[in-house]
Design a protein. Structure first.
Length: 329
């Protein structure tokens, strides 16, 4: 039975689902639930899912006193005002005062931040970055999101828009990113980018791409980063080349990160991030060529502790650090 004590609630808002969970002060998730997210309807319909997830959690754990709610949501958003601005995968919300709307339903303190920042804070407090004050976190998946703690505090910048490391450009002639810039690391090394570059490699050399294409049932449009991983594990040369190039681009990027921030530790999460951790030795070997920091290889690069539950843990971490995030009573 769940301990009879105060807990915090973390709420993870995604493009297809909303997850909510109760978390103790050790970062342990003691209860969780998931409900569908409506993104193509009205703002109120999207809000209804969030309210349902919170209400369900409260209703199903009556023995627990929830002292605060932390929201992990896709950005861009303003963590100071609690307004969700214009997230690409949540078209139902444009300049939507999410924190204020949730506060109408629940008399609890509420914190909010973008999902990468929230996950970074959870990793720094309870996860793979625990014990380090300056933590750089990157989740590599469909896109690349990053977060940063400095001196043990989440760094949001002047307006809450800081730490968008996924949109650091390493090639101004490169692919145009969804943000509008060229050569962002997200446009080059995310899971989406890995799949696109693999499809292009198959189109350029169908013979060399035959093995990878077989994993996609002969349809190049079905090639995903997961299929690239499977083909690489099966010894496919083309897939190996795509991933080697991805590791190289991540090395260039991390060299820049180290030169600007010199964090105590670098934490990597996300599905494609887990794949690229298989190339960690190669990244470490090349890093001195892409960082002016003579001690760059001393910085640990480690797997994230929280996987699919990073949003719940991240939201909860915001509650623990409410002095660093926006709140609304």
């Amino acid at each position: 039975m769940m301990e009879m004590k105060e807990l915090v609630m973390g709420v993870d808002i995604g493009g297809t689902k909303i997850a909510a969970g109760l978390v103790n002060n050790k970062g342990e998730i003691l209860y969780s639930t998931r409900v569908p997210m409506t993104t193509l309807g009205s703002a109120e319909q999207g809000l209804a899912g969030v309210i349902e997830a919170i209400a369900t959690t409260l209703r199903e754990t009556p023995e627990v006193k929830v002292r605060a709610i932390g929201i992990s949501a896709p950005g861009p958003l303003d963590p100071h005002t609690g307004v969700v601005l214009n997230p690409p995968n949540l078209p139902c919300w444009r300049n939507f005062p999410l924190t204020a709307e949730i506060a109408k339903h629940f008399a609890l303190p509420i914190s909010i931040d973008n999902d990468a920042n929230a996950a970074a804070y959870a990793e720094a407090r309870w996860g793979a970055g625990r014990g380090h004050r300056n933590v750089f976190y990157a989740t590599i998946g469909t896109g690349i999101g990053t977060g940063l703690t400095i001196g043990g505090k989440l760094y949001n910048g002047r307006t809450g828009a800081a730490a968008e490391g996924g949109h650091m450009s390493i090639d101004y002639h490169g692919y145009r990113c969804g943000c509008g810039k060229r050569g962002c690391i997200e446009a080059l090394a995310s899971g989406t980018a890995i799949a696109r570059r693999a499809r292009e490699a198959v189109a350029a050399n169908p013979r060399a791409g035959a093995a990878l294409l077989s994993f996609a049932d002969g349809n190049a449009e079905r090639i995903t980063s997961e299929l690239v991983r499977r083909a690489w594990q099966a010894g496919d040369v083309l897939s190996t080349g795509v991933l080697e190039e991805t590791a190289f681009m991540l090395t260039v990027w991390l060299g820049n990160v180290i030169d600007v921030l010199e964090p105590d530790i670098i934490v990597i999460g996300g599905g494609a991030g887990e794949l690229m951790m298989q190339w960690l030795d190669a990244i470490r070997a090349q890093l001195p060529s892409w960082s002016i920091n003579a001690r760059c290889t001393e910085i640990p690069i480690v797997r994230a502790f929280y996987g699919a539950d990073s949003g719940i843990a991240g939201g909860a971490a915001l509650c623990e650090g409410m002095g660093n995030s926006s709140t609304q009573d």
